[in-house]
Design a protein around this ligand. Structure first.
Ligand code: ADP
Ligand code: MG
Length: 252
């Protein structure tokens, strides 16, 4: 099957429980290179757990997870090496407050990827310039807006050239104007070819960047589709109910 292109990320029948709580029942999905897939679903449907299993913050109980062909769920896998190939950004901007923007961004390149200081700084500055944050390079995070902090947190992941970028509700702590800034950055990353798996409750975001939307319900992939079709024309009662609730809350 020479014409089959290997996905960057593949989950096969992944199962995860917390005690007696079966949070991911049987999740399979594939994420081809340069694709963006967006996970939606009610709070508690397992979106964050799924992302945490991918970057090995949680062990899965059953199934397999492949990163660029390597089974990263296997016992004995080098977790640090795997994590160095995955970029993760979560809801709360976890920048180090005692380091400047530039120092935050160059930390992993210098100490994990062992690049020299000059090269790391040059690359970080060019990334900050590209995304309109160059004048913030020498400031401390507390002087930045929430949207700026979250953009820096995303660039800090991007500079390591991850094979896949995982974003978990990266806009949920932000006001609408700041959300727009962060979404613009993510759209640009998509245009530059970044492969991403994103959990969000921003449907506008899903519409804008998703090649495919994955609707999770009770730890199962309930429905998938391109955003325009899936959001306009749900096939399952569960997705219908979820969209109705969003509409009722003025979020769709
Ligand atoms: P979502 O991100 O879609 O809101 P989560 O993945 O955070 O959903 O949570 C799915 C379920 O797993 C919830 O019922 C949550 O309470 C439970 N859960 C998540 N993390 C843990 C944990 N560390 N220990 C116990 N239960 C957890
Ligand atoms: Mg979550």
């Amino acid at each position: 099957m020479a014409d089959m292109v290997q996905p960057i990320l593949e989950l096969r029948n992944v199962r995860k429980s917390f005690g007696s709580d079966l949070v991911l029942q049987d999740i399979s999905l594939t994420l081809p290179e340069h694709n963006v897939k967006v996970l939606i679903g009610a709070s508690g449907s397992g979106k964050s757990t799924l992302l945490r299993c991918v970057n090995l913050l949680e062990n899965i109980d059953d199934g397999q997870i492949f990163l660029d062909g390597q089974d990263i769920s296997e016992v004995g896998v080098n977790q640090d090496v795997v994590r160095s190939q995955i970029g993760s950004v979560f809801q709360s901007f976890n920048l180090f407050p005692h380091l400047t923007v530039l120092q935050n961004i160059t930390l992993a390149p210098r100490y994990v990827h062992k690049k020299n200081e000059d090269d790391s700084n040059r690359e970080a500055i060019s990334l900050l310039e590209r995304f309109g944050l160059a004048e913030k390079a020498h400031q401390y995070p507390e002087l930045l807006s929430g949207g700026q902090q979250q953009r820096v947190a995303i660039l800090r992941a991007v500079i390591n050239r991850p094979k896949v970028l995982l974003l978990d509700e990266v806009t949920s702590a932000l006001d609408p104007v700041l959300i727009a800034e962060v979404l613009a950055l993510i759209s640009e990353l998509k245009d530059s070819g970044m492969t991403m798996l994103i959990a969000t409750h921003e449907m506008g975001f899903a519409r804008q960047v998703a090649d495919e939307v994955i609707f999770l319900h009770n730890g199962l992939v309930c429905e998938t589709g391109i955003p325009s079709e899936l959001l306009a024309n749900p096939q399952s009662a569960q997705l219908g109910a979820f969209l109705t609730a969003l509409r009722g809350a003025g979020r769709l």
